[in-house]
Design a protein around this ligand. Sequence first.
Ligand SMILES: Nc1ncnc2c1ncn2[C@@H]1O[C@H](COP(=O)(O)OP(=O)(O)OP(=O)(O)O)[C@@H](O)[C@H]1O
Ligand SMILES: [Mg+2]
Length: 403
Amino acid sequence: MYFMDLGSFGSKGKKESKTKYKQKKRYKMRELMRKEIPTPKEIMNYLNERVIGQYEAKKRLSVAVYNHYKRVMSNVYDIGNDGDFKDVEIDKSNVMLMGGTGTGKTFLIRSIAKMLGVPCHIHDCTKLTAAGYVGEDVENVLTGLLQAADFDVEKAEMGIVCLDEIDKLAKKGENISITRDVSGECVQQELLKIVEGDVVRVMPQGKRKDPRVPMISINTTNILFIAMGAFVGLDEIVAERTQTKTKQIGFNRDQYVEDKEDSNMLHNVTSTDLKKFGIIPELIGRFPVITSTNPLNKEELIRIIKEPNNSILKQYQKLAYIDRKKLEFTDDAIDIVAEIAVVTETGARGLRNILETILNDFMFDSCDSRKRKLVVDREYCLKSLDNTLDRGTKEKLKEALAA
Ligand SMILES: Nc1ncnc2c1ncn2[C@@H]1O[C@H](COP(=O)(O)OP(=O)(O)OP(=O)(O)O)[C@@H](O)[C@H]1O
Ligand SMILES: [Mg+2]
């Protein structure tokens, strides 16, 4: 698989007569677009090689990204603006990606950015505060993108910005601190103009505005924004709505139970649910593509431990190899590691911590010991984790392993 370089599309050739240049460019760009913008299926295939599971999210993202870059081509190189479609402007397809911790949200976006060869910046929204408060200005999200593009403004203007932890900006109920509420809501308001598509002036180093430092203008029209977060509690809002609805239309209780157990509640999120959660309607409206990742099950976690080229197991095996040692895990040991990640609800993010604990003694002695090989089996796993797992987790694990 080759890496395309969408970022270099922006560079202009030598000067020619304006119309000739435009014509040639339009022709070239249409050709390039056909060849260079990966189709949704190509994006999906690329993601399938790296991201385990998450079929729905991968499919939604593949289409959203494809449409986004078609829109960029249309805006920048005047493609498709003829005949009946001369005055038709394609709206932005910013994405809202929801899902629990360690389910692959950030990993998905990083993988897409890598495939497209566009700069990608992931910004932690919890650090943002409204203008005038101590903290970061919202414009900093663009400074980060500019840095990811090595200060090439044209490249940055076609990049991807992830607004991570956007759910932490939600307005809260009456009994939560008012100051934090106001701040979160104001940040949401301030994000609107950036997300919508506007020329925003940013400080190159991401500091607070200073009249002595020249600012850089960035047009955000062609930047793809992806808002991400765990949205803890949103599933309950959806469940409540579904329950009320089913009750209203007279389904019996069994039907409701079936619906609730059926799938990930986040698949059924509507803008009304997000509003109830505390996201302002104007912001919701600017993220028309809503999708979510599922909690990873044991089989998927086992595949994540073993399969990817850069899998976590291979990383520890490489560390051992550098010390000229061999490290192996039996299948039932991997089974336990995956089961603990399920029980503790830490997703793939928890795997590293579990493996780190299991292998701590081995890695501590590695340089001095003459032992050439370690085979981690079920007993070794349970013994090395004995002190770190709390009683609740141990009991749940026992139940799961007995099942
Ligand atoms: N579905 C998956 N397939 C393969 N690897 C995965 C998957 N999900 C997570 N991982 C691995 O786990 C790591 C952590 O996942 P990631 O950072 O994407 O989690 P997240 O959903 O963004 O969680 P958080 O909400 O805590 O930020 C990734 O770097 C990746 O190596
Ligand atoms: Mg993340």
